[in-house]
Design a protein around this ligand. Structure first.
Ligand code: HEC
Ligand code: HEC
Length: 252
């Protein structure tokens, strides 16, 4: 995208949020990509789901597997319950993302070393687990103790960053539906993630996508798994409450 195009965006007069109901990025995909996402045989993100499933069913250090407690292929995991993440954790005195929940189980219930945030295996496990909740409506409760994290994420989302001096809200609230080069700006929701990226040909975590949008703005990104990105995740997920989980979605 040309710098001039961004400058033009930054100069456009501000008006109120362009949308009232959340609309998934799916609606902005070309028809053939929508069809690819909908078809489990054609969807390339299903490779990551299958790899995650294999990890899920593989015994860890103590001989147990995720499946020992959560059923073969995670049949005992509740889609509606998975759709609530991030949830508040009293032990952490803060949010617990789905990925952290999985890593905690891996460490405490399989006696494995915890994996670094966004480790490839962890993202595959997350993709598999979240795929179990495909179709469930995102339902993050930020009315209670998660509220400060939601507010912190909201501030980040509205803060201008980087050499382009733009905030997330510029592209994903105000200028939604505008065409930038060959892409139409969507509302920047998280319901497709982890998602298969056509450009990289690989699965991408939500925090990976954040880093990407920071790079677009020529801004120094936060670390994956940082408090900043976790609060952005709390904010974005809650902002998309009611959207159906699409994992693995397909995006550019
Ligand atoms: C020894 C049994 C056991 C094993 C093995 C285990 N878990 Fe868990 N898991 C639990 C229990 C018990 C809970 C819920 C209690 C809690 O919140 O700590 C849970 C909670 C979860 C949740 C949250 C479910 C929800 O609805 O909130 C996920 C996701 C999960 N585990 C994934 C995994 C994955 C992935 C693995 C393998 C890496 C795994 N678990 C291994 C016992 C286990
Ligand atoms: C200059 C415009 C611009 C800004 C500012 C911007 N993004 Fe994006 N973002 C995009 C474009 C273009 C896409 C669509 C690319 C695609 O199809 O995946 C996107 C996609 C996304 C998506 C995936 C949505 C989906 O369903 O495909 C998320 C999440 C996201 N952005 C988060 C952010 C966050 C968080 C910020 C602020 C740090 C931000 N974006 C700032 C241009 C922007």
């Amino acid at each position: 995208m040309k710098r001039a195009a961004y400058l033009l965006l930054a100069l456009l007069p501000l008006h109120a949020a362009a949308w009232e109901q959340p609309v998934s990025g799916y609606a902005y995909l070309p028809e053939q990509v929508q069809a690819m996402q909908d078809d489990p045989i054609e969807n390339p993100g299903m490779f990551a789901v299958d790899e995650g499933r294999a990890l899920f069913n593989t015994p860890g250090y103590n001989g147990k597997s995720c499946a020992s407690c959560h059923g073969t292929d995670g049949m005992k995991l509740e889609p509606q319950s998975l759709a609530r993440y991030p949830v508040y954790s009293a032990a952490r005195k803060g949010p617990l993302t789905l990925q952290q929940r999985i890593n905690d189980c891996r460490e405490n219930r399989l006696d494995e070393f915890p994996l670094p945030y966004d480790d490839a295996d962890l993202v595959r496990l997350e993709t598999f687990v979240r795929h179990r909740a495909r179709g469930a409506k995102v339902n993050v409760d930020v009315s209670g103790p998660l509220r400060p994290w939601y507010e912190a994420g909201k501030v980040l989302y509205h803060t201008r960053i980087g050499q382009l001096d733009m905030a997330c809200t510029h592209c994903h609230d105000r200028y939604v539906d505008l065409r930038l080069r060959d892409q139409v700006l969507n509302q920047g929701h998280s319901n497709a993630f982890p998602a298969h990226r056509l450009l990289s040909g690989d699965i991408s975590s939500l925090h990976g996508k954040f880093r990407d949008c920071y790079a677009t703005l020529r801004a120094l990104p936060f670390e994956v798994g940082s408090d900043e990105f976790i609060s952005l995740e709390v904010y974005l997920n809650a902002r998309g409450n009611g959207l159906a989980i699409e994992t693995p979605g397909i995006r550019r």
